[in-house]
Design a protein around this ligand. Structure first.
Ligand code: SF4
Length: 344
């Protein structure tokens, strides 16, 4: 994670939306849509890590894939290195895509079992025709295997011969082999044992330090997000509800949803005073989101206005954005949060 970030964004995402057609009723002629990502905007600086957190089903993975156009967005603008990525096609699209890669959650499902490790890592180089000879390609693959901590003697082995952590290293090698500027990390450690998780997180940290990539790091785990991110974006039901610098967000969570997520982080025994906020009910259907504030059906601070008026995502100071009618009115002078209503 770099502190010296250049001032020109690597990526600008404006009003991104992704709707999926939903099955309508037997006699219904009305088309309904699942609003998986609804009006999401953010910027990402070079070498920055933007952590994206929220419950499963909040749209964070769809957002990450839409940014890479692995899923075609319904609407919105994606500006990558000053170029309009939504309008790119053919050779230009292929070239831009080679600079934007993804690491998937399930390292086993994302690796072709019929290909050797060497073939898997070499595939992006071959698609992009990076080298003219097999020897050069092999040399670059071996170098990349060493960078991610894989012994080159495994070049001809198959994915099933590896542990989960090693498979994720293969997935990381495939993502970095073209030396991209942006990687979307979609829950890259969720399927791994805790001891292996920290090894993979440290590897991603080291790679960013040495190669200067930016990450969009998607996870449902706030502790992981806290470890890896520079800034954090909290998503709920396809919307951004809060976004801030990591230190600011963790010391001053302003949206009730973020407060509830944070209250669930396990603390050491000596810090057990914090009250856990239990959210009522399940995540509403994105095909029929609640009116007004999308969080009002589960919010412990909800008031009359909340079901009627949608709160804007607004800057409540120093680049800390929050979408709540009351978020800028509930801060005490010492920075702690004054709850209008005690959580149940
Ligand atoms: Fe809760 Fe109302 Fe704020 Fe929404 S606007 S988060 S319902 S207090």
């Amino acid at each position: 994670m770099s502190e010296n970030m250049s001032q020109t964004p690597l990526l600008e995402v404006n009003h991104l939306r992704k709707l999926f057609p939903a099955k309508s009723g037997f006699l219904s002629r009305e088309k309904t849509f699942i609003k998986a990502v609804d009006d999401v905007s953010f910027t990402l600086m070079p070498r920055e890590t933007l952590g994206v957190v929220g419950e499963s089903g909040c749209g964070k993975s769809t957002m990450g894939r839409s940014v890479l156009r692995l899923i075609q967005p319904t609407e919105g603008e994606i500006i990558y290195k000053g170029q309009d990525f939504m309008k790119a096609s053919g050779a230009e699209l292929r070239k831009m895509r080679s600079d934007m890669q993804i690491i998937f959650q399930d390292p086993y499902a994302s690796l072709n079992p019929r290909m050797t490790v060497g073939e898997i890592i070499a595939e992006p180089l071959n698609i992009q025709k990076k080298f003219s000879s097999k020897e050069e390609t092999r040399e670059h693959v071996i170098k990349t295997m060493e960078v991610v901590g894989l012994n080159p003697k495994y070049y001809n082995r198959y994915p099933h011969e590896f542990s989960g952590g090693q498979r994720q290293r293969i997935g990381i090698a495939r993502a970095i082999v073209l030396r991209p500027s942006l990687i979307v990390c979609d829950e890259p450690v969720s399927a791994l044992d805790v001891s292996i998780q920290s090894q993979v997180l440290n590897l991603l940290d080291d790679l960013q330090e040495s190669m200067g990539m930016a990450y969009i790091f998607i996870s449902h785990n706030l502790s992981v997000i806290k470890h890896i991110s520079d800034r954090v974006m909290v998503m709920y039901l396809g919307h951004v509800v809060e976004m801030a610098d990591k230190t600011e967000l963790f010391s001053n969570p302003s949206h009730p949803y973020t407060q509830a997520l944070m209250s669930a982080i396990p603390l050491p025994e000596r810090h057990t005073k914090r009250k856990k906020i239990l959210l009522q009910g399940d995540l509403p259907s994105p095909a029929n989101p609640p009116s007004g504030c999308i969080f009002h059906t589960r919010c412990f601070m909800a008031q009359d206005i909340c079901s009627k008026e949608k709160p804007e995502l607004k800057d409540i100071g120093g680049g800390h954005f929050c979408a709540c009618h009351f978020c800028d009115k509930c801060q005490k002078a010492d920075g702690s949060v004054l709850l209008k209503k005690e959580p149940q």
